[in-house]
Design a protein around this ligand. Structure first.
Ligand code: ARG
Length: 474
């Protein structure tokens, strides 16, 4: 019979069992579910709601069930619907009727909300750590490329030269915001809903704060209706994840472009590329492409979750079971992508000469000629027009600005002198942008040192919080 079979006169239609069961995917929550149950049963005994001996028996039983599930020896069934009832059933099989005391003062509604929060806070710590590893790889490449110049682009047209280090540090900044957002969301995830019961609280004199403390929560969800209805923390995570995968996808796109014969700016290590079944010469940046592609499923999960929740009356509705697969898939997708990206970036070969050639054979120093004239008191708008004509002349005569003779320069402006040949060199152009956040070498080094400090803060955060979320079997 079902754990809830008392008021039924017939067995459930098999298709209904199959359709409504969540065990296929929520078995991922097993260890968190049991963590929560251990804390709950400890509290039940402390509050004299059940005898201490019973609580001890239940705890031993739960640990055996946990081991069996981990070892793949437990039979998890659709007839028992979800992880919560499967664990309870396994417990009763293990220790007998006393196992039935575990669910005193608790509902699956507050239990599942608890499991989701325990799972997610653990995932957040891991993802922050993986993001910081990727930042480390990007900073490594930045340090190795403090003199590597490539064209910076707008509209994917060469615009102004920048240091490759500067380009890498732009991504470090994006991932820093991602880390901040995840850290910022943590306190909202880290609240205990347990004790809300089905929706209204419970008649037993439970101690919600004691449960929260045992599980290292920062506090409880105040309102019992909200505690069982709230999935904002899932939406928030999916939104944060969407930004992370969007950043990874933009980086992926650049890697794909840079690896092409048209750019030849980088070569990804063989270990991170794949071949073609037909064309023997191919080496494809599949990992980058796939990460770019997987942004679709992560955004989909965000919209899916928002849509599922929209219009749900409080409190629990079965619709909410749909919160799991998208969240699990998002966590797995991010973990997979980040774990690959860090070593793929570290091992990437940067083709400095090709990058430099792309800068030299171009007009990305044109702004500097205009700025040069402005420094000689020509209004910027006029300087812009003069340089526009010089560029047009170069294009028509198949030259670049640095190929012009002094006489040619003078045709455009008498203000131009010999020092222009120094001013227009890519190195000078880059280092002239010596403002906070600019691409001058010293400014990029500044960014690297700020980033390294923040990286240390993150490493500390990760070790503190990794300990906090690890309450397993305490
Ligand atoms: N499997 C359910 C879920 O994931 C657990 C909560 C079920 N509660 C209920 N009253 N049917 O949402």
């Amino acid at each position: 019979m079902k754990l809830w079979g008392g008021r039924f006169t017939k067995p459930t239609n098999e298709l209904v069992d199959e359709y409504t069961a969540s065990i296929r995917f929520d078995q991922k929550l097993a260890q968190y579910d049991i963590q929560g149950s251990l804390a709950h049963v400890t509290m039940l005994a402390k509050c004299n709601i059940i005898p201490h001996e019973d609580a001890e028996t239940i705890k031993k039983g739960l640990k055996i069930v946990a081991d069996k599930i981990t070892a793949g020896e437990a039979e998890l069934t659709e007839a028992n619907e979800d992880i919560h009832m499967n664990v309870e059933k396994l417990l009763i099989d293990e220790i007998g009727a006393v196992g039935g005391k575990l669910h005193t003062g608790r509902s699956r509604n507050d239990q599942v909300a608890l499991d989701m929060r325990l799972y997610l806070r653990d995932a957040i710590v891991t993802i922050v750590e993986l993001l910081s590893n990727l930042q480390t790889s990007l900073i490594e490449q930045a340090n190795a490329n403090l003199e590597t110049i490539l064209p910076g682009y707008t509209h994917l047209q060469r615009a102004q030269p920048v240091l490759f280090a500067h380009h890498m540090m732009a991504y470090v900044s994006m991932f820093e915001r991602d880390i901040e957002r995840l850290k910022g969301s943590f306190p909202r995830v880290n609240r205990s809903p347990l004790g809300a019961g089905a929706l209204a609280g419970t008649t037993f004199p439970i101690d919600r704060h004691f449960v929260a403390e045992q599980l290292n929560f920062d506090g409880i969800v105040e309102n019992s209706l909200d505690a069982v209805s709230d999935r904002d923390f899932v939406v928030e995570f999916l939104a944060n994840a969407s930004l992370i995968i969007m950043h990874l996808s933009r980086l992926s796109e650049e890697l794909v472009q840079w690896s092409s014969a048209e750019f030849k700016f980088v070569e990804l290590d063989d270990a991170f590329c794949t071949g073609s079944s037909m064309m023997p010469q191919k080496k494809n940046p599949d990992v980058a492409e796939l990460v770019r592609g997987k942004s679709g499923r992560v955004y989909g999960h965000l919209i899916g979750m928002l849509t599922t929740l929209k219009g749900l009356p409080i409190a629990y509705n079965k619709d909410m079971q749909e919160d799991k697969e998208g969240m699990f898939d998002t966590v797995e997708t991010l973990k997979g992508a980040l774990a690959l990206f860090a070593p793929m970036i570290s091992t990437m070969e940067v083709k400095k000469e090709n990058m430099y050639a792309a800068v030299a054979e171009d007009f990305s120093n044109a702004t500097d000629l205009a700025d040069y004239l402005v420094n000689k008191e020509l209004p910027f708008r006029e300087a812009h027009a003069v340089v526009g004509q010089a560029v047009l002349y170069c294009i028509q005569s198949n030259k670049f600005l640095l190929d012009l003779t002094m006489e040619e320069f003078k045709q455009f402006s008498e203000l131009i002198d010999e020092d222009i040949y120094h001013v227009l060199k890519p190195e000078t152009v880059v280092n002239a942008r010596d403002v906070a956040g600019g691409t001058a070498k010293g400014r990029v080094q500044e960014q690297i040192s700020f980033a390294n400090q923040r990286l240390n803060d993150t490493k500390e955060w990760v070790s503190t919080f990794a300990e906090k979320v690890n309450v397993w079997m305490k």
